[in-house]
Design a protein around this ligand. Structure first.
Ligand code: 4AD
Ligand code: MG
Length: 463
């Protein structure tokens, strides 16, 4: 049985086996108390070993980080805060951990230090909790969509186009980059590259997701995406996971309804299924965590046009005590400080901002009749800023091509995409949820590097 099951077991005075890693060992010359954890729960099980019954050298090797197999009797624990403990009969050491060199000794470690040992940090309480919650959120995402008839769709990770324009791309090549084959005019000859053309890692699965929505109706992608932006912030990764539902026949209002319902479902799922891990994170890092989660579920998100949003920010700018680093005016792309002002100070609840100027949004968004704005929607969250970006899509072939030409998207190489509008076009909408930003919000962690096992950020891809 795993330790989570042992702790929940109603049986007593039965023989059990526990396997796991030693968190701590304490005791006296008569008895040793070993706290064992196997990753199945935030809680440890206490193993009680009478020193007289064990080889001294063996007990000496039971150090923090060592991995053990223990057999013994499951009994009520006299200690408070734990229902049961194991009276050890045998202890086998699978692998020791030298106290001189094992970095995760009992004392608390900073999150910065733990980032440097990302390969060992899942053994800490904090990262055990975070990664169990991350898993629960991934499961809940699939469950949410499956229960509603959406098909899980896989867009390619290696793409031949930079259609989205969402961010700088990572090139994928097998050419010798130091000395690539060149054409007569001196430019690199990508015809000799693996795919016979230049290719990149995808910044978003949306465009291929649109193809799927135009045949399967309701789809979602959930996979890694890559952006070579040099943004060293607590909310950006170069490799992050995105969830992108795409829905035939949805207009922007239905898109907003889905986004709000989806996030509330996920937050609620965490509260219902990750209570122990959330309680730990709340105690250690964020005293308002579950209160904030409950608040999001209980309250309607504000729905507000970009134009009104900018007015509020312009008025706020002149108020005492408000200081924005970046300028705000109609047409400006909002910075995270502006988004967070609206959410945290003005409305004090999540905001869905819509109808942005077309110049600051992607070419595929449906154009409004005013000729200036598009049916974009960004969901803005406390502590996070933008957690979702999405839109109704331009379904009209001529308008779409005209916009592509205006902004310089290569129409020729995008015929596969334009076919959705050429043959049986339909109104449709979708959005992208940044998975790590969701996990940030739900765990209350403050740096995105702490919610993904191996963060990829500028100058950091060590293992
Ligand atoms: O707003 P974005 O760029 O939208 C798209 O990529 C659309 N194709 C989505 C769609 O409509 N299907 O990104 C969507 C979300 C953002 O709101 C943010 O949560 C997250 O992805 N995101 C990042 N997360 C971590 N690191 C980064 N560098 C991110 N860039 C975007
Ligand atoms: Mg965005």
């Amino acid at each position: 049985m795993r330790i989570a099951e042992l702790l929940a077991s109603g049986e007593r005075n039965v023989e059990v086996v526990a396997k796991g890693w030693v968190r701590t060992k304490r005791g006296n010359k008569n008895v040793a108390f070993i706290a064992l954890n196997d990753g199945s729960t935030i809680h440890n099980i206490q193993v009680v070993a009478e020193t007289a019954a064990f080889d001294e050298a063996l007990l000496k090797s039971v150090t923090t980080g060592a991995c053990l197999k223990v057999t013994g009797t499951l009994v009520d624990s006299p200690a408070s805060g734990q229902p049961v403990e194991i009276q050890a009969r045998t202890i086998e050491i699978y692998g020791g951990a030298d106290p001189e060199t094992y970095p995760l000794q009992k004392k608390g470690h900073t999150l910065e230090f733990l980032r440097e040992i990302a390969h060992l940090r899942p053994r800490t309480n904090t990262f055990g909790a975070v990664f169990r919650i991350r898993h629960a959120m991934a499961y809940a995402i699939h469950k949410y969509f499956n229960d509603r008839g959406f098909v899980y769709w896989n867009s390619p990770l290696i793409t031949g186009s930079d259609a989205e324009g969402a961010g700088a791309m990572f090139q994928v090549t097998t050419l010798d980059v130091a000395n690539p084959p060149r054409k007569e005019d001196g430019s690199v000859d990508y015809a000799q590259d693996f795919f016979g053309r230049s290719t990149n890692l995808t910044v978003s699965g949306q465009l291929e997701g649109e193809l799927a929505a135009m045949s399967l109706g309701l789809i979602y992608t959930f996979g890694p995406t890559f952006r070579a932006e040099n943004s060293n912030t607590p909310r950006h990764l170069a490799e992050f996971w995105m969830v992108e539902p795409e829905m035939a026949f949805y207009e922007i209002g239905e898109n907003m309804d889905l986004a709000e319902d989806f996030i509330k479902y996920l937050v609620n799922y965490a509260l219902e299924n990750c209570a122990d891990d959330l309680a730990f994170l709340e105690k250690m890092y964020d005293k308002e965590l579950t209160e904030r989660l409950r608040f999001v579920i209980a309250n309607d998100f504000v729905r507000l046009g970009y134009t009104e949003g900018v007015k509020i920010l312009e008025e706020a700018r002149d108020k005492k005590g408000v200081k924005f680093e970046f300028p705000v005016f109609w047409g400006a792309d909002l910075a995270s400080e502006h988004e967070r002002y609206l959410v945290e100070q003005h409305f004090k609840r999540p905001v869905i901002l819509t109808d942005y100027p077309k110049e600051i949004k992607a070419f595929y968004m449906k154009q409004n009749d005013d000729g200036k704005t598009v049916r974009a929607m960004d969901v803005l969250f406390p502590k996070i800023g933008e957690i979702i970006g999405g839109s109704e899509r331009e379904a009209d072939y001529d308008k779409l091509v005209a916009r592509m030409q205006e902004v310089g998207v290569p129409v020729e190489s995008m015929q596969w995409y334009l076919d959705t509008r050429r043959f049986g076009s339909a109104p449709h909408s979708g959005f992208g949820l940044g998975f790590e930003r969701l996990v940030l919000f739900v765990t209350g962690m403050t740096n995105i590097r702490d919610v993904i096992p191996f963060p990829r950020t500028p100058k950091n891809a060590e293992f």
